[in-house]
Design a protein around this ligand. Structure first.
Ligand code: NAD
Ligand code: MG
Length: 395
């Protein structure tokens, strides 16, 4: 069945791993979707290529310099693409009245304002950018409730949980949920002995066994902070208390997460580890469309394993759980300190094991305040970044 109206889509972070997977799915359904805007931080030549292929109404570069470079690259191409820049440009396209759907796939805190702009404008928001939700938790959720925007989780685990819950879903209690079982691959260092972890390199940390992703989230997967951020994300998205979420390590990344019900039933969503499945699910919900992902072959897989996470070797998970329990701006500080520490690790300025150490130090020193609004979020974020840089200077 063909939809009556073509959906107009903005892809924030279109040159990234999620962005390119999104464009791959959109390109399979030109009769359903049109690309309204594409945006990128740095890889401007790639953004120009995407503009030539998808002919969006707008393209946004993070800086004026990037926008100028893009205008040069598009000169001569017969396109009506208008080039904008900066956070204002991102927010402008995310909230445009002609837009139906916004894929939030910028990495890190840089995605907060444009994602919130889409939420406030009441769009259908496909949330990959988990950091924006983690850092602004209550502010983000209040904006969502006030605007009536539809938020669909793209993170594979949260998309799986969403699929295992009745829709629309009331409180977890009202639908008989006992627990959410959040699966984790365990990352590339799942079986590394502790003594080796301090000398692992950025390239080793980014070589994820199952998923191909951007470098920041790859490092987060290696430290298991990704699971920590996802733990907080799940509490916020599904209204779960920290005690209702259990992390289970599942090295094959085939079961993307599970929901355990009061009657003993456990519902799981399975699939090959390819983000085009949750992306296609979010784009078409409540319908189903082809995503380009190969069919899963259970017999070839043979087995699925599960084990408990090692909280000692991967302290980031415990730090995130504690930050969620502390509430207020603690998750904001956790996220900001993690972003600074991961960048330092990727630049070769911090050992892998220094990442949780820096975050722990920042959380000890950052005052936890109530998140009354976006200003409070941005103040807490800035303060934690300053503290993280101070701590880094001292190691
Ligand atoms: P990536 O690094 O591959 O891409 C990030 C995108 O954001 C790029 O288009 C980049 O140009 C843009 N960007 C970066 N800094 C920017 C800035 N300051 N201003 C504007 N744009 C900027 O990252 P990714 O792996 O695609 O991840 C994107 C988000 O999705 C992250 O929040 C990540 O946690 C989440 N996510 C990713 C995956 C995955 O499989 N890659 C899975 C689940 C969730
Ligand atoms: Mg995930």
């Amino acid at each position: 069945m063909q939809p009556a109206v073509v959906q107009s889509v903005v892809v924030l972070g279109s040159t990234g791993s999620i962005g390119t997977s999104t464009l791959d799915v959109l390109a399979r359904h030109p009769q359903r979707y049109s690309v309204f805007a594409l945006t990128a931080g740095k890889r401007i030549a790639e953004l120009a290529q995407q503009c030539r292929r998808y002919a969006p109404r707008f393209a946004v570069a993070a800086t004026e310099q990037g926008a100028e470079e893009l205008r040069q690259l598009l000169r001569g191409a017969e396109l009506d693409t208008q080039v904008l820049c900066g956070v204002e440009g991102l927010c402008r396209v995310a909230a445009d009245p002609e837009v139906d759907t916004v894929m939030a796939a910028i990495v890190g805190a840089a995605g907060l304002r444009p994602t919130l702009a889409a939420v406030e404008a009441g769009k259908k928001v496909l949330l990959a950018n988990k950091e924006s939700l983690v850092m602004a938790g209550p502010v983000f959720m209040r904006a969502l409730n006030a605007s009536g925007a539809q938020l669909l989780p793209i993170d594979s685990e949260h998309n799986a949980i969403f699929q295992c819950l009745p829709q629309p879903c009331g409180s977890l209690e009202s639908v008989g949920v006992e627990k959410i079982l959040l699966t984790a691959s365990g990352g590339p260092f799942r079986t590394r002995v502790n003594d080796d972890l301090h000398r692992v390199t950025p390239d080793e940390a980014c070589a994820h066994p199952n998923w191909s992703m951007g470098r920041k989230i790859s490092v987060d997967s290696a430290t298991m902070m990704n699971k920590g951020l996802e733990f907080i994300e799940a509490c916020l998205l599904f209204g779960a208390g920290p005690e209702q979420i259990e992390v289970v390590v599942h090295p094959q990344s085939i079961v993307h997460s599970m929901v355990q019900y009061r009657d003993g039933s456990v519902l799981a969503q399975l699939g090959n580890p390819d983000m085009r499945t949750p992306i296609a699910h979010g784009l078409a919900f409540p319908e189903r469309i082809d995503s380009g992902v190969a069919a899963m072959d259970l017999v070839a897989l043979g087995r699925l394993d599960f084990e408990a996470p090692d909280m000692g070797r991967f302290p980031c998970l415990g730090l995130a759980r504690d930050a969620m329990s502390a509430g207020g701006s603690a998750p904001t500080s956790l996220n900001a300190a993690n972003e600074v520490a991961v960048e330092a690790f990727l630049r070769g300025q911090l050992a892998f094991t220094g990442i949780p150490a820096v975050i722990e130090r920042v959380l000890e020193r950052a005052e936890a305040v109530e998140l009354t609004g976006l200003d409070a979020v941005e103040t807490a974020d800035c303060r934690a970044r300053e503290l993280a840089l101070e701590v880094l200077g001292a190691v």
